[in-house]
Write a protein that binds this ligand. Structure first.
Ligand code: ADP
Ligand code: ZN
Ligand code: ZN
Length: 818
């Protein structure tokens, strides 16, 4: 009998591919193991074993596999089933899912670049002969291709050799040069708490009168405190008092001063310092926990709708405790890696080393390690925090999934395929495991709220902030009026300026939100009206002052700012609109003494850039943080009393059926950063349109009204959750061909599907990276079968692909596009 192996190649092929294997190999191979296989003329890929069988393929003569790369499966049956669901539901191939799902270290292929690991302490005696040859070659070369390694050791297939070298840490793959970030620990001093008592303080001052140097230090501390309310770094006290570290240390030893660090005081790193059993939930949290449990018993996903700072995390911690008590694995999904550093600290506080983190900014080694720990159900990875890709880990005993900030659109992968929604894929994953799942948010998506209202999801809510902290007071500032009365300084209304002054005066911090980066999004010539455009995309170029450049935010194209208009040559260039960079600059002029930080895509590109900004702000090294939507995400800053929104209008006017829902969420979330401790937080929203219903709903914290109105509109105009949508995008460099093909596609869809088809239409940005784009929206009523509709679309695609002149056109499906 002949033996064959069907494998999944990590590339977009419609079909699985079959290879010939020996009898011994057939006995050994299990689905989920990796095998190295030849493909095409000369390529080598790492493929995943899918099925061993005895039916020879009829269409082609199967090649032999090169090698089996694993002793045991790397991927378990739960994952396979889940990935097939994703491929099917999101209309892509299983190979594309695998490419996204497996850490790239598992997917060596002929094009992979291998680099020497400069940090490794390599014992040459430990290396096998072929390993040594590669190691030696890398001493003289910066990088080697797999093919070159193949030549060096004179073997055709070297993937397992490279795998061994990667595992031993002798070599690195191209993309994995990362460093560990250690937050800078600033040490602060204050007078010990007992001197809050005036009698004690007087006694101290008397006593110190005999120790003039120590006395000087204490007096300097008072002086510094009177200047500003901010924490006082030891280094500042040293300077101010002219005293030495030794004197300060003596005072600390005597317990007159106490030393602390802000980050550390909030949470201790590493070992668990408290157990989750010590958390006492307040009555609202306890009720929510109870309602969640009810939903779990009914085997439903549960939506936890808790206002900002209501203590949702503490409720999750209780659920996680129950899960790990049963010896199961917990998965905690976050939309944004920027949020992980705060959350890791909080969870390690309770669960110590049981918490692992998994996301794409982590090194390949770390990712492989977490993968293996999850695969072996190790204690170290009993709780995994991660961005959407952690959904793909090899869980075998999943006992809880938390999807935090479930409304976030960054849970949806946009490019490349699979274009999956991590929240929805997590619900399916949980159901395969029979595991409970909770979706949390202060501003649930309209879909999830709808599912809760119709009983598809369970529901729990927390309406009050923890610790009787009040919801922030939100006020609208009419900048149309302010502009008319000339009461604006740059982009700041007087109202906002006063509020900032006041907060800074109290030693409190301020967050300012502007949903645009750069300095000015449009540079226009006032003589001829010419606007600087990207040559590759249909957008204007944004001016970035720091580099004196015009940049495209879609393709990265950039050029130096010209002195004169490129069209008419006049020097009359006017910068219109404003972004975070301009706000930061204006603040520099308005508040020259104040330290202003900025958090947007431009300042967070470095590896640990997020963490650096967040910890600097936590440590109060900056007073004002200006940012794009990055600052709206669930960050927990204790000392922020004021949040200012520079302009709410562009968000509200964005041409998309979700713009209103999104604006509500974004504004409510950013407002929620204010006043998370005792003092009531303040929020100011600048707008030209203070009567807009969404702004009214934000100021009155009226989620229900927002939901009702938005749901009504979706019903009227047939948008999710009333219907499902699949967005079909066509892309091509040739404008005419694209138009013709999109018309063909749209009319075929109209002919075949009984459902409503919108388009073809140009998206707001109709050309990106030289490709013209056109969208067709397929709306599918809930009563229609989604599977059948997809099959029909696939059939139309087949006919489309048969038309030779449309060959160059790329088709992209986005199921449940958001
Ligand atoms: P949310 O995620 O709902 O915005 P958080 O979980 O960040 O809110 O909670 C807000 C603050 O209240 C946090 O600093 C948290 O530590 C504190 N907190 C919440 N619940 C409790 C509790 N039961 N006991 C002690 N502190 C709590
Ligand atoms: Zn001009
Ligand atoms: Zn561009």
């Amino acid at each position: 009998m002949e033996h064959f192996l069907e494998v999944v190649l990590p590339i977009p092929l419609e079909k699985l591919f079959t290879y010939r294997i020996s009898r011994q190999e057939a006995d050994f191979i299990e689905p989920g193991m990796r095998v190295a296989v030849p493909f095409g003329k000369s390529k080598i890929y790492t493929a995943l074993a899918y099925r061993v069988h005895a039916e020879a393929p009829t269409a082609y003569e199967p090649k032999e596999i090169y090698q089996i790369l694993d002793e045991k499966p790397l991927v378990n049956p739960f994952q396979m089933k889940h990935w097939e669901w994703i491929a099917n539901y999101y209309m892509c191939t299983l190979g594309e899912v695998i490419r996204s799902a497996l850490p790239s270290a598992f997917l060596l292929e002929s094009e992979t670049l291998v680099l020497p690991n400069k940090q490794a302490d390599v014992d040459e005696m430990e290396l096998a002969d072929d390993e040594f040859l590669v190691y030696e070659a890398l001493q003289y070369q910066t990088a080697l291709k797999i093919e070159e390694i193949s030549n060096i050791v004179d073997k055709k297939n070297v993937l397992s050799l490279v795998n061994r070298l990667v595992q031993k840490g002798v070599v690195l793959q191209k993309e994995e040069i990362y460093e560990q970030y250690k937050p800078k620990m600033v040490r602060y001093v204050k007078l010990s708490d007992k001197y809050d008592d005036e009698g004690e303080l007087e006694a101290l001052l008397n006593e110190l009168s005999r120790a003039p140097k120590q006395s000087q230090v204490v007096l300097s501390l008072f002086q510094l405190k009177s200047k500003s309310n901010k924490p006082i770094p030891i280094s500042d006290l040293e300077k101010e008092s002219g005293g030495s570290r030794a004197i300060i240390k003596a005072l600390i030893d005597k317990d007159i001063l106490s030393e602390y660090s802000i980050r550390e005081d909030r949470v201790k790193h590493g070992e668990a310092s408290e157990t989750s059993k010590n958390i006492v939930l307040n009555e609202h949290q306890a009720k929510a926990l109870e309602d969640i449990t009810v939903g779990f018993l009914e085997k439903k996903p549960v939506l936890l709708h808790g206002v900002t700072s209501s203590g949702k995390t503490e409720v999750y911690v209780k659920l996680i405790q129950q899960c790990i008590d049963e010896g199961k694995q917990a998965l905690y999904l976050l939309p944004e890696i920027a949020l992980t550093s705060q959350l890791i600290n909080r969870l390690r506080h309770y669960f110590g080393q049981k918490v692992s983190v998994y996301h794409s900014k982590y090194s390949i080694h770390e990712r492989v390690e977490v993968w293996n720990n999850v695969l072996h159900n190790a204690e170290k990875a009993q709780i995994v925090i991660g961005a959407r890709s952690s959904l793909f880990l090899p869980f075998s005993k999943l006992g809880l999934v938390v999807v935090d900030e479930e409304h976030e659109s960054s849970f949806k992968q946009f490019d490349p395929a699979p274009r999956y929604h991590a929240r929805d894929a997590a619900i399916v994953l949980a159901s395969f495991h029979g595991s409970p799942i909770v979706l949390g948010s202060a501003t649930p998506s309209v879909e999830s709220a709808y599912n809760a209202k119709t009983g598809k999801y369970g529901y729990a809510s927390i309406k009050y902030r923890f610790g009787e902290v009040l919801m922030p007071e939100i006020n609208l500032v009419d900048i149309k009026e302010a502009t008319r009365k000339r009461r604006m300084k740059g982009h700041f209304s007087e109202t906002l300026l006063h509020a900032i002054e006041e907060a800074l005066g109290e030693g409190e911090q301020v967050i300012l939100f502007q949903n645009r980066r750069g300095f000015a999004p449009v540079v226009e010539c006032t003589t001829c009206g010419h606007v600087a455009q990207c040559p590759n995309c249909d957008v204007s170029l944004t001016y970035h002052q720091h580099r004196n450049q015009l940049r495209c935010h879609y393709c990265g194209y950039h050029m130096a700012l010209q002195q004169a208009c490129l069209a008419c040559g006049s020097p009359t260039l006017d910068k219109k609109g404003f972004g975070t960079e301009q706000i930061q600059e204006e603040l520099g002029q308005l508040f020259p003494e104040t330290k202003v930080g900025r958090m947007d895509l431009d300042t967070t590109r470095g590896k640990y850039a997020y963490e650096k900004i967040i910890s600097a702000f936590e440590n109060q090294e900056m007073d004002i943080l200006v940012g794009t939507q990055m600052v709206t995400k669930g960050l927990d800053f204790r000392n922020v009393s004021l949040v200012g929104i520079m302009n709410a209008d562009s968000m509200l006017n964005f041409p998309d059926y979700r713009a209103h829902e999104r604006s509500f969420q974004m504004l409510t979330q950013v407002a929620g950063r204010a006043g998370r401790t005792q003092k009531r937080g303040k929020v100011l929203i600048q707008t030209y349109n203070p009567y807009h219903q969404i702004l009214q709903q934000v100021t009155t914290h009226d989620y229900d009204k927002m939901f009702k109105e938005q749901y009504y509109e979706r019903e009227q105009f047939k948008y999710p959750p009333v219907v499902r949508i699949i967005k079909v995008t066509l892309k091509d460099r040739d404008f005419n061909k694209l138009n013709e093909a999109s018309d063909w596609m749209a009319s075929s869809l109209r002919n075949v599907l009984g459902t409503q088809i919108l388009g073809p239409e140009y998206p707001p940005v109709s050309r990106i990276r030289r490709d013209y784009l056109k969208n067709i929206l397929v709306k599918i009523p809930k009563s229609d079968s989604l599977a059948q509709t997809k099959n029909s679309i696939k059939r139309i695609e087949k006919s489309f692909n048969a038309i030779s002149k449309y060959k160059s056109i790329r088709l992209v499906y986005n199921v449940d596009h958001i």
